[in-house]
Design a protein. Structure first.
Length: 375
C-alpha cells in the first residue's frame, strides 16, 4: 500500500510513519504544514528511506491537496493533522476551527473527488482513516464522586477504577454520546461528524478511531509529561492543575501507532474503534512517578517532588477519561504492549538522552509558560 499520512511530522503522526517504514513494506507520503508542533527531526531515522516522501502542505489548501493526491495516488489516507492542545484552544479557538473543521472538510472533498476517479478495485479497497480523541465524549464519573451526574452511559463495563478496589465505573465505548467540553474537543467532535457524514452521504469508505492520552518520545514540551520532565531537570516548578486528581487513561504512542496501522489495514469501513492503554492514573500520580524515576536516574539532594506546585485549574477541565478498548482487541487482535510503568520509564530515559532535541523544538517561541489561563 501507499499511505498518505496528514500531520506526519507531529507526535503521533511521526510515530505512525516510523512504525510503517521500519516494520512493513508500505510506502508513506507525509503531508504536514510544519506548525510549531511539527518537526521533521522526529523522522530522521526513516527520512532517507526510498519508501518515504514529504510534502509541506496545509490541509486547508485544496489546490495543493488535489496535486498531492493526483501525483502520489495513495491507497489510503490516515488523517492525523490537527491542532491538539486544550490550553491553546482556550487562548485561540479560531486556529482549531480552521484546521480541525475546515481542514478536515477540505481534505474530505479532495479525497472524495480523487476516490471517484479510481478504478473499481482500487475504489473498493480505498480507506479514509480519521484519527480522533476520547475528549469528544466529555468526561466520566470520578471515583471521588457519589453520583454519575445527569449523563447516561450506555452499557458501562464493570472494572476496577483508580479509587476503591472493585469499584464499578463506566468507560467510554464506541456508543458513548458526544459531549465535548473545550474548543479543542468540540472541533474534533465536529470533524468526526463530518467524516461519518461523508460516508453516509457519499459512500466514502471511512474508519474512525478515538484514542486516550498518548505519551512517549518526541512529544512537544507543552504537554504534561515532557513539561514535567524538562522543568524538573531545570529545577523549575512542576505545575499541577487543581488537586491533580484528574484521571486519564495513558497510552504509549508506539502502541497507538501499531493500533492505527492495524485499523487502516484490517478495520471494517464505517466502524469506530476506541484505543486505550488500560492505564488510568491521576495526574498527580503521573507527576510523582516521573519525579521518582528522575530521582533514580538523575539523583539530587532534594526530591524532585518538592518542585510540585498546585495552580488554578484549567477552565472546563474534564475530570476523568477511560477507554473501553475491548472492541479493537476482540475484532482486530490489538492490545497495548506497554504498561504505564514500562512506558513512562522508556519515555523519561528518552528525554534524558535527547535534551538537545527538546531545546531545538522550542526555538524561542514557547518556553514552557502556562497557556489557557486567561479564561
Amino acid at each position: 500500500m501507499k499511505l498518505l499520512v496528514t500531520g506526519g511530522a507531529g507526535f503521533i503522526g511521526s510515530a505512525v510513519i516510523r512504525h510503517i517504514i521500519s516494520n512493513t513494506q508500505d510506502e508513506v507520503v507525509n503531508l504536514d504544514k510544519l506548525t510549531y508542533a511539527g518537526n521533521l527531526e522526529s523522522l530522521t531515522e526513516v527520512s532517507s528511506n526510498e519508501r518515504y516522501a514529504f510534502e509541506q502542505v496545509d490541509i486547508c489548501n485544496r489546490a495543493e491537496l488535489d496535486r498531492v493526491l493526483a501525483q502520489h495516488q495513495p491507497d489510503a489516507i490516515m488523517h492525523l493533522a490537527a491542532e491538539s492542545h486544550v490550553d491553546r484552544s482556550i487562548d485561540g479557538p479560531a486556529d482549531f476551527i480552521e484546521t480541525n473543521i475546515v481542514g478536515t472538510y477540505t481534505l474530505l472533498e479532495a479525497t472524495r473527488q480523487y476516490w471517484q476517479t479510481m478504478s473499481a478495485d482500487r475504489c473498493e479497497n480505498f480507506r479514509f482513516h480519521h484519527i480522533s480523541t476520547d475528549e469528544v465524549y466529555g468526561d466520566l464519573p470520578h471515583p471521588n464522586d457519589n453520583s454519575e451526574g445527569e449523563r447516561n452511559f450506555p452499557s458501562p463495563r464493570v472494572g476496577e477504577g483508580p479509587g476503591e478496589r472493585g469499584q464499578s465505573l463506566p468507560l467510554f465505548t464506541e456508543q458513548t454520546p458526544y459531549a465535548p467540553s473545550s474548543p479543542y474537543s468540540a472541533s474534533k467532535a465536529s470533524s468526526d461528524h463530518l467524516v461519518r457524514a461523508w460516508q453516509r452521504t457519499y459512500g466514502l469508505p471511512v474508519l474512525v478511531t478515538n484514542c486516550s492520552n498518548n505519551y512517549g518520545p518526541y512529544h512537544f514540551p507543552e504537554k504534561l509529561i515532557p513539561l514535567v520532565i524538562l522543568n524538573a531537570l531545570e529545577g523549575k516548578p512542576l505545575p499541577v492543575y487543581g488537586k491533580g486528581d484528574q484521571i486519564r487513561d495513558w497510552l504509549f504512542v508506539e502502541d497507538h501507532a501499531r493500533a492505527l496501522y492495524k485499523v487502516v489495514k484490517e478495520g471494517t469501513p464505517g466502524e469506530t474503534y476506541n484505543i486505550g492503554g488500560h492505564n488510568e492514573k491521576q495526574n498527580i500520580e503521573v507527576v510523582h512517578t516521573i519525579c521518582d524515576i528522575l530521582q533514580e536516574l538523575r539523583p539530587q539532594e532534594r526530591s524532585y517532588r518538592n518542585l510540585i506546585t498546585n495552580v488554578k485549574d484549567r477552565p472546563g477541565h474534564d475530570m476523568r477519561y477511560a477507554i473501553d478498548a475491548s472492541k479493537i482487541q476482540k475484532e482486530l487482535g490489538w492490545a497495548p504492549e506497554e504498561t504505564f510503568e514500562t512506558g513512562i520509564r522508556k519515555t523519561v530515559q528518552w528525554y534524558l538522552n535527547n535534551l538537545d532535541w527538546c531545546q531545538r523544538v522550542q526555538d524561542g517561541s514557547y518556553q514552557r509558560e502556562r497557556l489557557g489561563a486567561g479564561a
